[in-house]
Design a protein around this ligand. Sequence first.
Ligand code: ADP
Length: 164
Amino acid sequence: MLIGVYPGTFDPITKGHLDIIERASALCQELIIGVYENSSKRPLFPVKQRVELIEKAIAGFPNVRVESFQGLVVNFMHAAGARVMFRGLRAGSDFEREFGMTLLNKKLAPDVELVCLMASSQYQFLSSTLIKEFALLGGNLEDLVPAHVAVALKDKVSTDFPRD
Ligand code: ADP
Protein backbone atom coordinates (compact mmCIF):
# COMPACT_ATOMS: atom_id res chain seq x y z
CA MET A 1 0.00 0.00 0.00
CA LEU A 2 1.45 3.35 -1.03
CA ILE A 3 1.12 5.98 1.67
CA GLY A 4 2.00 9.58 0.83
CA VAL A 5 2.57 12.61 3.01
CA TYR A 6 1.91 16.19 1.94
CA PRO A 7 3.66 18.35 4.55
CA GLY A 8 3.35 22.08 5.06
CA THR A 9 2.42 24.99 7.27
CA PHE A 10 -1.06 25.46 5.77
CA ASP A 11 -1.59 28.86 7.40
CA PRO A 12 -4.34 28.62 6.20
CA ILE A 13 -5.17 25.98 3.58
CA THR A 14 -5.87 27.50 0.13
CA LYS A 15 -7.43 26.22 -3.06
CA GLY A 16 -3.87 25.82 -4.39
CA HIS A 17 -3.16 23.32 -1.59
CA LEU A 18 -6.49 21.59 -2.23
CA ASP A 19 -5.63 21.19 -5.89
CA ILE A 20 -2.41 19.40 -4.91
CA ILE A 21 -4.32 17.27 -2.36
CA GLU A 22 -6.83 16.17 -4.99
CA ARG A 23 -4.12 15.23 -7.49
CA ALA A 24 -1.78 13.59 -4.95
CA SER A 25 -4.60 11.54 -3.39
CA ALA A 26 -5.28 10.02 -6.83
CA LEU A 27 -1.69 8.70 -6.91
CA CYS A 28 -1.60 6.81 -3.61
CA GLN A 29 -3.86 4.65 -1.47
CA GLU A 30 -3.63 6.94 1.53
CA LEU A 31 -2.57 10.57 1.75
CA ILE A 32 -1.68 12.14 5.09
CA ILE A 33 -1.51 15.91 5.28
CA GLY A 34 1.24 16.69 7.79
CA VAL A 35 0.93 20.07 9.47
CA TYR A 36 4.10 21.49 11.03
CA GLU A 37 3.48 22.31 14.68
CA ASN A 38 6.60 24.44 14.99
CA SER A 39 6.74 26.24 11.67
CA SER A 40 9.52 28.79 11.38
CA LYS A 41 7.00 30.99 9.55
CA ARG A 42 5.31 32.13 12.81
CA PRO A 43 1.80 31.15 11.71
CA LEU A 44 -1.27 33.34 12.18
CA PHE A 45 -3.49 30.37 13.05
CA PRO A 46 -2.61 27.99 15.92
CA VAL A 47 -1.86 24.44 14.77
CA LYS A 48 -5.16 23.07 16.14
CA GLN A 49 -7.14 25.51 14.01
CA ARG A 50 -5.00 24.88 10.91
CA VAL A 51 -5.79 21.17 11.30
CA GLU A 52 -9.52 21.84 11.82
CA LEU A 53 -9.70 24.03 8.70
CA ILE A 54 -8.02 21.26 6.67
CA GLU A 55 -10.31 18.57 8.15
CA LYS A 56 -13.35 20.44 6.91
CA ALA A 57 -11.79 21.08 3.49
CA ILE A 58 -10.95 17.39 2.86
CA ALA A 59 -14.32 15.97 3.87
CA GLY A 60 -14.91 14.83 0.27
CA PHE A 61 -11.67 12.85 -0.02
CA PRO A 62 -12.08 9.40 1.60
CA ASN A 63 -8.37 8.46 1.45
CA VAL A 64 -7.03 11.71 2.91
CA ARG A 65 -6.48 12.51 6.58
CA VAL A 66 -4.67 15.23 8.46
CA GLU A 67 -2.25 15.11 11.40
CA SER A 68 0.06 17.65 12.98
CA PHE A 69 3.66 16.76 13.78
CA GLN A 70 6.79 18.07 15.43
CA GLY A 71 10.38 17.61 14.31
CA LEU A 72 11.65 16.15 11.07
CA VAL A 73 9.17 15.33 8.35
CA VAL A 74 11.09 12.14 7.47
CA ASN A 75 10.64 10.88 11.03
CA PHE A 76 6.92 11.62 10.78
CA MET A 77 6.86 9.73 7.48
CA HIS A 78 8.70 6.71 8.86
CA ALA A 79 6.30 6.52 11.81
CA ALA A 80 3.36 6.57 9.37
CA GLY A 81 4.93 4.01 7.00
CA ALA A 82 4.94 6.59 4.18
CA ARG A 83 7.50 6.51 1.36
CA VAL A 84 6.40 9.36 -0.87
CA MET A 85 6.43 13.03 -0.02
CA PHE A 86 4.29 15.32 -2.16
CA ARG A 87 4.99 19.02 -2.60
CA GLY A 88 3.57 21.66 -4.91
CA LEU A 89 5.82 23.69 -7.20
CA ARG A 90 4.90 27.20 -8.27
CA ALA A 91 6.84 29.26 -10.80
CA GLY A 92 9.81 30.93 -9.17
CA SER A 93 11.60 30.02 -5.98
CA ASP A 94 9.75 26.83 -4.90
CA PHE A 95 12.13 24.67 -6.95
CA GLU A 96 15.33 25.92 -5.27
CA ARG A 97 13.85 25.37 -1.82
CA GLU A 98 12.56 21.89 -2.58
CA PHE A 99 15.85 20.88 -4.16
CA GLY A 100 17.84 21.91 -1.08
CA MET A 101 15.43 20.23 1.32
CA THR A 102 15.37 17.04 -0.72
CA LEU A 103 19.14 16.70 -0.67
CA LEU A 104 19.06 17.00 3.12
CA ASN A 105 16.14 14.60 3.47
CA LYS A 106 17.87 12.06 1.19
CA LYS A 107 20.81 11.97 3.59
CA LEU A 108 18.51 11.35 6.53
CA ALA A 109 16.08 8.99 4.81
CA PRO A 110 17.24 7.50 1.48
CA ASP A 111 14.00 5.50 1.24
CA VAL A 112 11.81 8.62 0.99
CA GLU A 113 11.07 9.89 -2.52
CA LEU A 114 9.86 13.39 -3.33
CA VAL A 115 7.13 13.90 -5.91
CA CYS A 116 6.57 17.50 -6.93
CA LEU A 117 3.34 18.40 -8.66
CA MET A 118 3.33 21.57 -10.76
CA ALA A 119 0.86 24.13 -9.46
CA SER A 120 -2.15 24.50 -11.75
CA SER A 121 -2.11 27.69 -13.81
CA GLN A 122 -4.93 29.37 -11.87
CA TYR A 123 -3.09 28.84 -8.56
CA GLN A 124 0.47 29.65 -9.64
CA PHE A 125 0.53 32.92 -7.73
CA LEU A 126 -1.57 31.85 -4.77
CA SER A 127 0.13 31.58 -1.37
CA SER A 128 -1.06 31.58 2.24
CA THR A 129 1.02 34.73 2.79
CA LEU A 130 -0.77 36.56 -0.02
CA ILE A 131 -4.14 35.38 1.28
CA LYS A 132 -3.44 36.81 4.74
CA GLU A 133 -2.38 40.17 3.32
CA PHE A 134 -5.45 40.19 1.12
CA ALA A 135 -7.72 39.37 4.08
CA LEU A 136 -6.16 42.17 6.10
CA LEU A 137 -6.96 44.63 3.32
CA GLY A 138 -10.54 43.38 3.07
CA GLY A 139 -10.15 41.59 -0.29
CA ASN A 140 -12.65 39.05 -1.67
CA LEU A 141 -11.25 35.58 -0.96
CA GLU A 142 -14.00 33.55 -2.62
CA ASP A 143 -11.99 31.99 -5.48
CA LEU A 144 -8.85 31.51 -3.43
CA VAL A 145 -9.83 29.60 -0.28
CA PRO A 146 -12.75 27.35 0.78
CA ALA A 147 -15.73 29.34 2.15
CA HIS A 148 -15.15 28.27 5.79
CA VAL A 149 -11.50 29.40 5.56
CA ALA A 150 -12.61 32.83 4.28
CA VAL A 151 -14.89 33.12 7.35
CA ALA A 152 -12.08 32.07 9.72
CA LEU A 153 -9.73 34.60 8.10
CA LYS A 154 -12.24 37.43 8.46
CA ASP A 155 -12.80 36.51 12.14
CA LYS A 156 -9.07 36.31 12.80
CA VAL A 157 -8.31 39.59 11.11
CA SER A 158 -11.08 41.43 12.98
CA THR A 159 -9.98 39.97 16.37
CA ASP A 160 -6.21 40.27 15.95
CA PHE A 161 -6.13 43.48 13.92
CA PRO A 162 -9.25 45.43 14.94
CA ARG A 163 -9.95 48.66 13.03
CA ASP A 164 -11.21 51.60 15.06
P1 ADP B 1 5.72 25.29 3.66
O1 ADP B 1 5.95 26.11 4.90
O2 ADP B 1 6.20 23.87 3.77
O3 ADP B 1 6.16 25.93 2.38
P2 ADP B 1 3.04 25.84 2.75
O4 ADP B 1 1.76 25.61 3.49
O5 ADP B 1 3.39 27.22 2.38
O6 ADP B 1 4.14 25.14 3.64
O7 ADP B 1 3.04 24.96 1.44
C1 ADP B 1 2.93 23.55 1.49
C2 ADP B 1 3.21 22.99 0.11
O8 ADP B 1 2.20 23.43 -0.79
C3 ADP B 1 4.53 23.45 -0.51
O9 ADP B 1 5.04 22.38 -1.29
C4 ADP B 1 4.12 24.59 -1.41
O10 ADP B 1 5.04 24.76 -2.48
C5 ADP B 1 2.78 24.07 -1.90
N1 ADP B 1 1.89 25.15 -2.33
C6 ADP B 1 1.58 26.28 -1.68
N2 ADP B 1 0.73 27.03 -2.39
C7 ADP B 1 0.50 26.35 -3.56
C8 ADP B 1 -0.26 26.62 -4.75
N3 ADP B 1 -0.93 27.76 -4.89
N4 ADP B 1 -0.27 25.69 -5.73
C9 ADP B 1 0.47 24.56 -5.59
N5 ADP B 1 1.22 24.25 -4.52
C10 ADP B 1 1.24 25.14 -3.51
